[in-house]
Write a new protein. Structure first.
Length: 298
């Protein structure tokens, strides 16, 4: 008991001595001391919890709620089905966009573009799943790769399908001398396909996979470069697909440029919607009275 009373008496004397020094100090020193105390208190009150709650952001299997994923896919699917079965391209002779104009159809380049877009759409999700799952064998968690890419592809298909009904003529079907879009020119296909040049579906579809992979690689904090080679390789294949579509006479540079931009933007956006903190492992620290409070879940 005597030791405790002695400790309390010394502490009281120390506080009184500090108070006397502060009272006899100059006004400038008193203001500086008050400012220092205020800054320290503000740092503990605001800085501590903010930095403690910044959990790493990573790609999750779903958006903030699974219903968002369903709505996202449903929206893209409805846009695609409506644009192909309920709406037809405008029945007017709209020249190909850009300076390309009339361009003969090239069978070899057309076939090559079908092959490259097929490789992107198939290998992107499969190899992404394998590469992502090879990290500690978490293949269930690696399903996030095909999920993000599928959502990106569906939404991109819906947007490009809707825009194709603007009725822009394909370069191989455009008859510059007569100023008409000839359905009999070029390749035999859907009777409405010759007016579906803008934007390029091949370029948009392949770019949606590239954008999704780039987003899953670049957007998370503390990113893992395991997806980097695949993302860059798919992006290169997507650019090749766009170039082949121009060479085939199926699109102009404007068509493939806009299509590629739409696909890349939707892919990055879809990946961003899946990137968030792992709430199941978040821990926060906040001041409480004379100490700190630690709370969270693991």
């Amino acid at each position: 008991m005597g030791g405790r009373r002695e400790y309390q008496q010394r502490a009281r004397c120390a506080r009184e001595a500090w108070a006397r020094r502060l009272c006899h100090a100059s006004p400038v020193r008193r203001r500086a001391a008050s400012l220092f105390v205020a800054v320290c208190g503000l740092t503990l009150a605001l800085g501590g919890p903010v930095h403690a709650q910044q959990a790493p952001r990573e790609v999750q299997l779903s958006m903030p709620h699974f219903a968002y994923d369903l709505g996202y896919v449903a929206t893209g699917g409805v846009l695609y089905l409506t644009s192909h079965f309920a709406v037809t391209p405008r029945d007017r002779d709209t020249a190909p966009l850009g300076r390309g104009g009339e361009h003969a159809h090239q069978d070899g380049a057309d076939l090559a573009s079908d092959i490259t877009v097929g490789l992107v759409l198939s290998l992107g999700p499969i190899l992404g799943f394998v590469l992502d799952g090879s990290r500690e064998g978490e293949y269930a968690r690696a399903l996030r790769v095909p999920i993000v890419l599928f959502e990106s592809f569906v939404m991109t298909s819906g947007i490009t399908g809707t825009l194709k009904n603007l009725g822009v003529c394909r370069p191989y079907a455009w008859q510059a001398g007569e100023g008409v879009c000839d359905a009999e020119a070029g390749i035999p296909s859907d009777e409405r396909d010759h007016r579906r040049s803008f934007p390029s579906g091949h370029a948009a579809s392949s770019a949606s996979i590239a954008g999704g992979l780039l987003g899953m690689w670049l957007l998370p904090t503390g990113r893992d470069d395991r997806l980097a080679p695949l993302a860059l390789g798919v992006t290169l294949l997507s650019v090749t697909t766009a170039a082949l579509r121009v060479r085939a006479g199926a699109h102009s540079l404007v068509d493939v440029g806009v299509g590629f931009g739409i696909g890349l933007g939707v892919g990055l956006g879809t990946a961003a919607l899946h990137v968030r903190s792992n709430e199941a492992r978040r821990v926060s620290v906040s001041p409480m009275g004379r100490g700190l409070m630690l709370h969270g879940s693991f």
